[in-house]
Design a protein around this ligand. Structure first.
Ligand SMILES: Cc1ncc(C[n+]2csc(CCOP(=O)(O)OP(=O)(O)O)c2C)c(N)n1
Ligand SMILES: [Mg+2]
Length: 516
């Protein structure tokens, strides 16, 4: 076969096991589009805004533990997708961006779409490479795969000049060998074991990243069995495996003073798969670091070290039993009379099937939702890792594409949902099994809270108008219908229970607009 650069590039990634492309192409990507078309086993999923494309690639990676390709159009198209690449990077998700650009010889003519595409890519990519020729393009693809899979994952971006994509005389290259996950040094395990043996006050194990997966949690549960440690998850985690039958795990509160209060009873705070906890924002006169002054901070493993191996080694070092303790029992809290975030969480905990995936962009609803669902059937919970809102619906798309047999529930705040609501159209087109619950509070509620917390007093109507979503109030049922997703509005707990039960048994997407 006579390969052009685009075909050799896509075939190289296919040989690496990449089988999904989230796309929003333009003229400079037409040979990439054709190459995707010709590649057997490659699925193409169109997103109608680049933030949907990049967020879907993130959600896919969190569930598949391998990259999808994004197909993006020049610097401006990539720029539209950057916020969710930021979230993907903070999640340490493996992602490969394939960004088309003008033909190399065309750039100096300064045509309208001329931009510094590599410069646009750099801040939100861990690895960037501009292909140098058609022959170099498959090589760049293999290198991008290795970079994306650098454990546990990175955002890798290849800029593809159009002439390199369409020039022939090249061929795919072999998949690269991948490095193993970096192991925590023995000395760090011994140090952590000493700290646990010496602890005379309660111990909190603060878990993040891959420490929130089953294997690692089983080891953490062994440490619970040995010394009664409290497991706590970082406030914004990429993916937590939780629910009934798994080691019970709390979540560190978002507000700094609540997080410090929460951590104050602990004499030792050990981090694994994450960094020592810091406040999301600085506030005048308040500390940035959340570790209480009297506590001993012990770093077991960072985000890029093998957290599961470290936890098992630590459990062995302290002679912990083989079986985890502190398992979460099945439990559903009473929802209460009013349709609140807690009530929605309680009904979700009641009806959610085992193996469901939750994409949580609930913002002010988030803490109540997490707490109400601790005793739900076993499930995966995905959060906004980088604080850039507009992640929830695209991540739900990607998770549903990665795991077609598992139902996905998107718990979505209204303001954040508006950034990337085009994801609903992709759900409808691909018939993805996603149930979206919109929290319609007609407000940027969190910013109304933060306004006071940062110390602004006597905010006037102009300030408050920048934090409100009324006049006109968003009609999510109409928005969803316009994109082919059946929707209904609910105002009571019973209406919500009926709507959710219906949506969960029907195939394809549905949206429930909860009026709060
Ligand atoms: C990309 C991006 N733009 C803006 C913000 C600032 N921001 C944080 S929360 C928020 C509003 C959230 O409102 P909503 O999603 O309705 O949640 P609620 O507070 O009402 O629960 C905004 C605009 C952000 N975090 N990320
Ligand atoms: Mg809101």
């Amino acid at each position: 076969m006579d390969w052009n650069g685009a075909e050799a590039f896509v075939a190289t990634l296919s040989a690496c096991g990449v089988d999904t492309c989230f796309a929003n192409p333009g003229t400079s990507e037409m040979h990439l589009v054709a190459a995707i078309d010709r590649q057997p086993g490659m699925r193409a999923v169109l997103g109608l805004f680049e933030g949907v494309v990049t967020g879907a690639a993130d959600g896919y990676a969190r569930m598949a533990d391998k990259p999808a390709i994004t197909l993006l159009h020049t610097g401006p198209g990539l720029a539209n997708g950057l916020a969710n690449l930021h979230n993907a990077r903070r999640a340490a998700s493996p992602v490969i961006n394939m960004v088309g650009d003008h033909a190399s010889y065309h750039l100096h003519f300064n045509a309208p779409l001329t931009s510094d595409a590599a410069g646009v890519a750099r801040p939100m990519s861990d690895w960037v490479r501009v292909a140098r020729s058609a022959r170099d393009l498959p090589q760049a693809g293999a290198e991008a795969f290795a970079a994306a899979m650098a454990w546990p994952g990175q955002v890798a971006t290849v800029i593809v000049p159009a002439d390199h994509a369409w020039t022939g005389d090249t061929a795919p290259v072999a998949p690269p060998a991948l490095a193993a996950a970096p192991r925590v040094p023995d000395a760090a395990i011994a140090h952590a074991a000493d700290a646990l043996r010496a602890a005379d006050r309660p111990v909190a194990l603060l878990l993040g990243g891959r420490a929130l997966r089953d294997d690692a949690l089983a080891a953490a549960g062994r440490i619970v069995a040995a010394i009664g440690a409290q497991l706590v998850c970082e406030t914004f985690a990429a993916r937590v495996q939780r629910g009934a039958g798994r080691p019970a795990i709390a979540k560190l509160p978002y507000f700094a003073e609540q997080a410090i209060d929460w951590l104050t009873p602990f004499g030792t705070i050990m981090t694994c798969g994450t960094e020592p906890p810091v406040a999301f924002f600085a506030y005048p006169g308040k500390p940035s670091e959340l570790t209480p002054p009297g506590a001993r901070l012990v770093r077991l493993a960072g985000q890029r070290e093998d957290a599961a191996a470290a936890l098992h080694a630590l459990a062995d070092a302290i002679g912990a039993p083989a079986e985890p303790a502190g398992l979460q029992p099945r439990a559903v809290p009473p929802p209460g009379d009013r349709l609140t975030a807690h009530a929605i969480g309680a009904v979700v905990a009641e009806l959610m099937p085992a193996g469901a995936i939750v994409s949580d962009e609930g913002l002010t609803a988030g803490a109540a939702l997490f707490d109400a669902t601790v005793g739900a059937p076993p499930h995966d919970w995905l959060m906004v890792t980088g604080g850039a809102i507009g992640q929830g619906l695209p991540v739900a798309v990607g998770a549903a594409v990665a795991c077609p047999e598992r139902p996905v529930i998107a718990l979505q705040a209204d303001g954040s949902g508006m950034y990337t609501l085009q994801a609903l159209w992709t759900m409808a087109r691909e018939r993805l099994n996603v149930t979206t619950v919109i929290f319609n509070n007609a407000s940027y509620a969190i910013l109304n809270i933060e306004l006071g917390r940062v110390g602004v007093r006597n905010a006037g109507p102009r300030a408050l108008s920048m934090l409100s979503l009324d006049h006109p109030r968003l009609d999510w049922c109409a928005l969803a219908a316009g994109m082919g997703v059946p929707a209904q509005r609910v105002t009571t707990v019973d209406e919500f229970r009926t709507a959710l039960a219906e949506a969960l048994v029907q195939p394809g997407p549905a949206l429930i607009e909860a009026m709060l």
